[in-house]
Design a protein around this ligand. Sequence first.
Ligand code: Z5A
Length: 211
Amino acid sequence: MKNRYIVIEGLEGSGKTTAVKTVVNTLLKIGITEIDFTREPGSTPLAEKLRHLIKYGITKEKITYKAELLMFYAARIQLIENVIKPALLNGRWVIGDRHDLSSQAYQGGGRKISSKLMKILHDNILDGFKPDITLYLDIEPILCLQRIQNRIKLDRIEKESLEFFYLTRQRYLQLAAEDDKIITIDANKSLPEVKKNINQILLNLLMSQNE
Ligand code: Z5A
């Protein structure tokens, strides 16, 4: 079976970490063992440094929305060129915790950055590179905030308002409806149900696309 780049997307607390494990178990069951993992922002030395800056900022300087967006793209292109493309060329499967859809939803939707700028960056930086499959875990923002409320330290984005997460979710749903490579999974359901759905959906997809 041809190796693929599979991305898990969704709001914070939607269960992406758990979904990554479910995807791995599904792949292992069908004999796929050559698997790499990525997270965005992150997964290269430079991208991890940017991750820290994005999440926690720096004292006494406000990070503008556009600067934040550019940091996400700087981290992403480092990851694509230095990690994801080489892994795919070597026949490995790559499972990503977030990718470009996060920028479209959080910065394009939540931060309301213009679709013109979003498109310029997307087209010119990614140059057509995209995941083979995206599993989008859709969840009510109020529920994901409940799931993460016990965390001791919230980062800059986690501290955003409920409205920000509604706008982000709205953009996720809109983009998922326009792209048949994005599969929406109801993440409001119980953990066993979500796992079962991911497993079934992924198996069906891989079998139907088997070359
Ligand atoms: N961001 C952006 O703005 N633009 C971009 O381009 C990119 C990212 C790439 C990265 O934060 C932040 O950057 C993120 C988006 C933004 N900020 N926000 N908000 P991160 O990497 O630190 O965190 P994250 O990726 O958003 O998510 P996470 O903390 O790793 O959460 P999760 O993986 O989605 O959830 P989880 O850890 O699997 O589950 C959370 C809890 O809920 C846990 O206790 C689970 O046991 C529980 N859970 C999970 N599923 C269920 C179900 N179905 N029922 C009940 N309980 C459940």
